[in-house]
Design a protein around this ligand. Structure first.
Ligand SMILES: *Cc1c(COP(=O)(O)O)cnc(C)c1O
Length: 367
């Protein structure tokens, strides 16, 4: 019997083995440098990633969640402050708000974009509202033009959660440059992924950048002199060295994701399946290819039987999590519908053409 290999959802080993020789050299270089925290590699990556995003500053931090927390801490948000957040997001966006003691105020997404619906933001703004968080979910830039206009009108800060959208472009500008500050994650599975935890803040605000540089390093600028009660959340030299290599290939990787997405969108034809939409091709970097279908589990079981691995992003919305029992009573029908119906198909820069075709054929034959 010939054993047929299942279509992987995301093959990280395959992705990173493409860069094995370069990564090995970079690791060796860091080892031999004798300098392992906040050295040349972090500096160089920060410069390169700031340039890439089109902003003045990038500050490398421990992970994506801490990037968001450090921004909110630097703004001195505290108990009683409210931050408008998309109800349809990964839990980390919401956890960041909770961590500084502020209150997340959930706004429903658009049913076609899955991103925060700008038309529903204003009704949630009160005196205590301090900021709007935009999450570029699944890799698609949120409607930043409308969000920024609302923020200006009410004098609110805008924070981007860009953890899923490295390189996406909105009105000619990249994510990370579209609000007052942005948090990025370089978790291994993201479009730009390290070989461990890593993250960054990007901003054009000089003062904010300086404060986050201090906050990520125990609240200290000069060793043993502490200006704030800071954290230890530093991007480490090894991950920075690896990210410098992978950043060079990000645009090419995103182009491959776009190609696969286009193929899926043009060739999947099944009335039971709702395909994702984009306003323009550059605004989406396809971190995930998320379809919707009424009987989601039936489709995922069927695909599994046909040797295709899928995932659900995400099965439980933040307001229905046990961790957020204070919000369990909320009824957010669009968010709940999305969480009940979404299914993520395999997509990655190393996904093989025959695997993409296999996915299309299987879905087209699904009854
Ligand atoms: C991954 C992710 C984060 C958190 O990043 P970590 O590096 O895992 O802490 C935050 N927000 C969103 C939308 C994410 O997908």
């Amino acid at each position: 019997m010939i054993e047929i290999k299942a279509v992987p959802f995301l093959d990280l080993k395959e992705i990173n083995s493409q860069y094995q020789p370069e990564i090995d050299m970079a690791i060796k270089k860091v080892n031999e440098s004798g300098w392992y925290i906040l050295g040349k590699e972090v500096d160089e990556f920060e410069t390169k990633f700031a340039e890439y995003c089109g902003v003045k500053h990038c500050i490398g931090v421990g992970n994506g969640l801490e990037a968001l927390i450090l921004i909110l801490k630097a703004w001195e948000f505290e108990k009683g402050d409210e931050v408008i957040v998309p109800a349809n997001t990964y839990i980390a966006s919401i956890l960041a708000v909770s961590r500084v003691g502020a209150t997340p105020v959930f706004v429903e997404p658009g049913i076609n974009t899955y991103n925060i619906d700008p038309e529903k933001i204003e009704e949630k703004i009160i005196k205590k509202t301090k900021a709007i968080m935009a999450v570029h979910l699944y890799g698609q830039a949120a409607d930043m033009e409308k969000i920024n206009l609302i923020a200006q009108k009410y004098n609110l800060k805008v924070i981007e959660d860009s953890a899923q959208a490295h390189g996406a472009i909105c009105n000619g500008k990249r994510t990370g440059s579209l609000g007052d500050a942005s948090g990025f994650s370089f978790y291994p599975g993201k479009n730009l992924g390290a070989l461990g935890d890593a993250g960054a803040v990007t901003t054009n605000d000089d003062e904010l950048a300086e404060k986050i540089r201090i906050l990520r390093n125990y609240g200290s600028k000069i060793k043993y002199v502490n200006l704030f009660k800071g954290d230890n959340s530093r991007l480490d030299e090894l991950q920075a060295a690896i990210l410098r290599i992978k950043l060079k290939y990000l645009d090419a990787d995103n182009a491959k994701r776009r190609e696969i997405s286009k193929y899926y969108r043009e060739n999947i034809k099944n009335d039971r399946v709702i395909l994702p939409q984009t306003i323009d091709e550059l605004s989406h970097v396809w971190h995930l290819f998320v379809i919707r279908t009424e009987n989601r589990d039936k489709l995922s079981d069927y695909l599994k039987e046909n040797g295709i691995n899928t995932m659900i992003h995400y099965p439980i919305p933040p307001h229905k999590q046990q961790a957020y029992s204070e919000f369990n009573h909320l009824h957010l029908p669009v968010t709940e519908k999305i969480h009940n119906e979404v299914l993520s198909l395999p997509i990655s820069p190393v996904l093989k053409k025959e695997d993409v075709e296999k996915v299309v054929n299987a879905i087209n034959n699904y009854k």
